[in-house]
Design a protein around this ligand. Structure first.
Ligand code: IMP
Ligand code: MG
Length: 178
């Protein structure tokens, strides 16, 4: 098993890039069918979703717009209760089909706040596409429409996800060793 060290912590190889890519292809296929005539606006949540968004959106073949927002809810390996406002959303979401593109849903706090904020701008519907879902950690009543992979509650890095700013560039997913 391949191990790596990031700052003070040891991580072990958990999910290889090829498996991630296959699960993203399946999500893209479904979105292409479901949202064919809906002219969706994809809202990519930075920083973590950048790699997922790039791979997912290359496979989207229907007319769509793509924009990026920034929020923050994590420091180190502990989920923070407070989430900041949405930064960078200049497009109007009124009466649009919006697809939030997230890296991972852990407690669901970040996404719940984002959805509440977006609803104030009266979108027609809000869909959620997430690379990873940790069902065991979920504390909010969220039902993501598109989930590439469900994972146990372990802390992971790679493929856009970081530990204290590092590890986002890794193409495979590593999990924290206990
Ligand atoms: P939530 O608000 O608890 O759902 O956490 C969501 C955010 O925390 C995600 O968008 C990630 O940026 C970050 N996060 C959650 N779990 C992990 C993890 O295992 N590794 C790295 N970041 C994570
Ligand atoms: Mg995120």
């Amino acid at each position: 098993m391949k191990n790596i060290k990031i700052k003070d912590k040891e991580f072990e190889l958990f999910i290889e890039a090829e498996k991630i890519e296959n699960s993203i292809d399946r999500v893209a296929d479904r979105i292409n069918v479901d949202l064919k005539d809906k002219n969706p606006l994809f809202i990519v949540v930075l920083n973590g979703a950048f790699m997922f968004a790039a791979d997912l959106l290359k496979k989207i073949v229907i007319p769509c717009e793509i924009t990026f927002v920034r929020l923050a809810s994590y420091q180190g390996t502990e989920s923070m209760e407070s989430v900041q406002e949405i930064l960078g959303l200049t497009e109007s979401v009124e009466n649009r089909t919006v697809v939030i593109v997230e890296d991972i849903i852990d407690t669901g706090n970040t996404l719940t706040t984002l959805i509440e904020e977006l609803k104030k701008q009266h979108p027609r519907e809000i869909k959620i596409a997430t690379l990873f879902l940790k069902p065991g950690a979920l504390k909010y009543n969220l039902h993501p429409d598109y989930v590439a992979m469900e994972l146990p509650s372990d802390f992971i890095v790679g493929y856009g996800l970081d530990y204290d700013g590092y590890g986002r560039n890794l193409t495979d997913i590593y999990k924290l060793k206990n």
